[in-house]
Write a new protein. Structure first.
Lengths: 125, 233
């Protein structure tokens, strides 16, 4: 692996790592979503020093070039991420539905309580 | 024995008042709850002044969610029976009695109003007829009861079904054929009675544009996974 490539890969993985940690620190990213990102940056870091792992992985999956393996795995990574998002969105949709229903029912309850109030007041007067 | 009539409505200000009045005239003993599903018009006001109780969603959530809100209300207020009908006047209020009778008598848990049994009703388009025929066959085969109108939103059921429908098992987008199968697998008795239905006046339908395709896909998938699930209930 040429030195330039090594430096570039190291800088990118370090940046991703630091930015993700910082976002978690500022509470702009929840821990549960940071896991995939952190793992990826660590993996990139390791592969720079263990380039032979990448080569054997390329042989293992039968790809011709090392770059193919990298692209393939980055696409798989992105797909996993979208599946994670879809699952979360389904959950959130359900929660929003339940909350809105509860909100509507509670509003109705409050309204009917208020409707009954003036009668009590006039009775006191 | 208390009965609640649930009417979901979305932008129905022009018709909901008349529907509520007709229902009240035909069935003065029952409470009427209109679920205003985030309408941008005066649906809520029109329903209220016609004498219905109104629950309003903060924004539009869809037909299935609206009727489930009604079930949750019925459960919280301890109603024994629920009748559910559409807010656009296509369901004839005079048929509520027929629909409710087998449920009140304890002969069935869930009663579905069918426009294809007996009473003369409107005639759906040919494409819709084919789709309906297919689902009719599929549902009837799966639940081993003859069902002629699986997409009917005119229904009556008892407290056990109300409780069941307020849980997560209720399919909130397009609850019809898959809901019948879920009910059947949970051990509820299902029956169909003839009712009169009119074609919706504005012709605006949930089955328009690309929706029939999504509907077919969603319903087949939903029925398939319903069959894969363990029996719950």
């Amino acid at each position: 692996m040429p030195l330039q490539q090594q430096i570039f890969a190291l800088v990118v993985s370090a940046l991703v790592f630091v930015i993700v940690i910082d976002m978690v620190r500022k509470r702009r990213l929840r821990e549960e979503y940071s896991v995939l990102w952190l793992l990826t940056s660590v993996l990139m870091f390791v592969l720079v020093f263990r380039y032979e792992w990448l080569v054997s992985l390329t042989d293992l999956i039968g790809a011709g070039l090392v770059t193919t393996t990298l692209f393939l795995f980055s696409i798989i990574f992105l797909m996993l991420l979208s599946v994670q998002f879809c699952i979360k969105i389904s959950q959130l949709t359900d929660q929003v539905k339940n909350l809105s229903q509860e909100n509507a029912l509670m509003k109705r309850e409050i309204e009917s309580l208020i409707e009954n109030l003036p009668v009590e007041k006039s009775a006191e007067a | 024995m208390r009965t609640l009539i649930i009417i979901p409505a979305y932008n129905e200000a022009t018709r909901i008042g008349e529907v509520v009045r007709c229902v009240r005239e035909a069935n003065p003993d029952y409470d009427i709850l209109v679920i205003n599903d985030g309408s941008r018009d005066e649906t809520s006001l029109a329903a209220q002044s016609a004498g219905a109780m109104v629950v309003s969603h903060p924004f539009n959530l869809g037909y299935g969610v609206a009727i489930q809100t009604g079930y949750k209300y019925a459960l919280a207020k301890k109603y024994d029976f629920v009748v559910q009908m559409d807010g656009d006047g296509q369901h004839d209020p005079a048929c509520i009695r027929d629909l409710l009778a087998p449920v009140l008598a304890g002969e069935t848990d869930f009663c579905l109003g069918s426009r294809f049994l007996g009473h003369e009703s409107y005639d759906p388009s040919p494409a819709r007829k084919i789709g309906m025929a297919f689902f009719r066959w599929l549902v009837s085969t799966l639940i081993k009861t003859r069902i002629t109108d699986s997409t009917s939103g005119f229904q009556a059921f008892n407290r056990r079904v109300i409780r069941y429908f307020t849980t997560e098992v209720f399919p909130c987008d397009y609850p019809d054929a898959d809901m019948l199968i879920t009910l059947h697998r949970a051990g509820f008795r299902i029956r169909e009675v003839p009712v009169r239905m009119h074609a919706s006046v504005t012709g605006k339908s949930m089955h328009a544009g690309w929706k029939p395709l999504y509907y077919m896909f969603k319903m087949l998938l939903s029925i398939f996974v319903t069959l894969l699930r363990k029996r719950e209930g």
